[in-house]
Design a protein around this ligand. Structure first.
Ligand SMILES: [Zn+2]
Ligand SMILES: [Zn+2]
Length: 455
């Protein structure tokens, strides 16, 4: 989400010069880098509100009204500016659009047109230089810096807002923005408290100025906190993240990893127990006949993203493990050479055409030294696969780390050929690593092999 109290865009004549944002900040010119209009709105006005609060006692009714109006204006941004206009995730009737344009204006974050344009650029160019509030430039920059420091508007990525220009409510709000801000941001909250229970000044300070400050800071968190704190269950190539704290602060906009993957979904939270009052509001408006065409991605598509991200995490874990030397990188040994080396005291054992050096493992063999020694220098495929003991998947995994060669010739050819075939059928992860699933080690025979002398 983006927000801006006002945007001072340079006129055409200014664009020939080098924009101040593209020059080095120095001790002499720093004040030229500052967007003073926005500083006044975002920092100056709240400070004046805090000072005035010392002289105006807070009445309970005014406090309750300020909280209610906080939700109205906050939802104007989340349900209106963000999900309706920036993302077209549902359609709204004219009365609802007017209402959202009014209360959204009361949040003092710029007109719908400005806001949605920047926000579309944010989604299209996330984390790049064309992202107007890229978190790559720092947490504070994505929260406030992008508004209080001048930005070269030419650098912000281009987006299409023809649909917004065709919405008379958006156009009207843009043209009358200052009037809307003053009326909805300050006069209305003051009028309600004044006419309602005589607290004019309290309504102005608490439901007006300080409420604006809290709504602004809350929604700014979507640009900062939601790109910094939490998990990335759908895709971790960009910065958006999911976190309950961000959701609590932002009226449900905290499932931001989901939102960047499925931006035209009217929901941010997809689980019933997750906090997304913006979604609940839109849904309720639908029941009241005010909203329609609520867009939702199929859960099949959502789950695909989730599984792919899980797979990626698993691949990363798998790549850190020792799976033994890949078969195609092992030296080829003659059968006679294998037997000879084993006779000369090297602890070699051949299973399924793969030679393993178990010298250091003999003493640790759970089945005893004698058992393992009886297989040295022989074809122990059957012994290992049920003839003596049908070894576990864990045993096959461990065995693979002791590989030192593969057998050529003799009676082992058939098994080796099969191993080769299985080898070519291995699935690989995105880094090219073989994926060896449980029970699929090359040394493992699909069925236990009985032998005549098996117990
Ligand atoms: Zn968005
Ligand atoms: Zn974002």
């Amino acid at each position: 989400m983006s927000s801006k109290p006002d945007a001072s865009r340079p006129r055409a004549a200014d664009t020939k010069k080098v924009h101040i944002a593209d020059t080095q900040m120095t001790r002499q010119n720093w004040y030229k880098h500052v967007n003073w209009l926005n500083v006044t709105f975002i920092i100056g006005v709240p400070i004046s509100g805090c000072i005035q609060a010392f002289f105006v006692p807070l009445q309970l009714k005014t406090a309750i009204w300020a909280v209610i109006y906080y939700f109205f204006t906050g939802l104007g941004i989340t349900a209106g500016y963000h999900r309706l206009w920036a993302h077209c995730s549902y359609s709204a009737t004219l009365p609802m659009r007017i209402w959202l344009a009014l209360v959204g204006g009361g949040a003092v974050e710029g007109s719908i047109r400005w806001w949605a344009r920047d926000h579309r650029a944010h989604h299209r160019y996330t984390d790049t230089d064309k992202d107007p509030y890229s978190v790559r430039k720092g947490l504070l920059y994505s929260h406030l810096g992008w508004m209080v420091m001048k930005q070269n508007p030419k650098r912000i990525g281009r987006t299409d807002i023809t649909d917004l220009n065709e919405d008379p409510v958006v156009v009207w709000q843009h043209r009358n923005y200052i009037k809307v801000v003053v009326t909805m941001g300050l006069i209305v909250p003051m009028l309600v408290a004044g006419l309602g229970w005589g607290d004019w000044y309290g309504g102005f300070v608490y439901a007006g100025i300080l409420r604006i400050f809290f709504v602004q800071q809350a929604t700014f968190c979507v640009n900062s906190l939601a790109h910094w704190l939490g998990d990335q269950p759908f895709d971790d190539r960009n910065s958006p993240r999911d976190h309950i704290i961000t959701a609590l602060v932002t009226l449900g906009e905290g499932y931001h990893n989901f939102h960047h993957e499925f931006p035209s979904d009217y929901r941010n939270a997809i689980e019933w127990h997750q906090y997304d009052p913006t979604k609940w509001t839109i849904w309720t408006c639908k029941q009241l006949g005010l909203a329609y065409d609520l867009k939702q991605f199929r859960s099949n598509e959502i789950e695909k993203g989730r599984v792919q991200q899980l797979q990626k995490k698993i691949d990363q874990k798998r790549a850190k493990l020792d799976w033994g030397t890949p078969l195609d990188q092992l030296p080829v040994m003659e059968w006679d050479d294998y037997v000879e080396q084993a006779k000369n005291g090297r602890g070699l054992i051949s299973i399924a055409g793969v030679v393993h050096d178990v010298t250091d493992f003999i003493k640790d063999h759970p089945g005893g030294k004698a058992m393992i020694k009886s297989g040295l220098g022989k074809d122990a495929t059957a012994m290992f696969n049920g003839g003596v003991y049908y070894h576990s998947n864990g045993a096959h995994n461990l065995l693979s780390t002791m590989r030192v060669g593969v057998i050529r010739g003799g009676g082992e050819v058939e098994i080796w050929k099969r191993a080769q075939k299985e080898n070519s059928e291995y699935v690989r992860d995105e880094t090219g690593q073989r994926i060896i699933r449980a029970g699929q080690q090359v040394t493992k025979m699909p069925e236990p092999i009985p032998t005549a002398d098996a117990a």
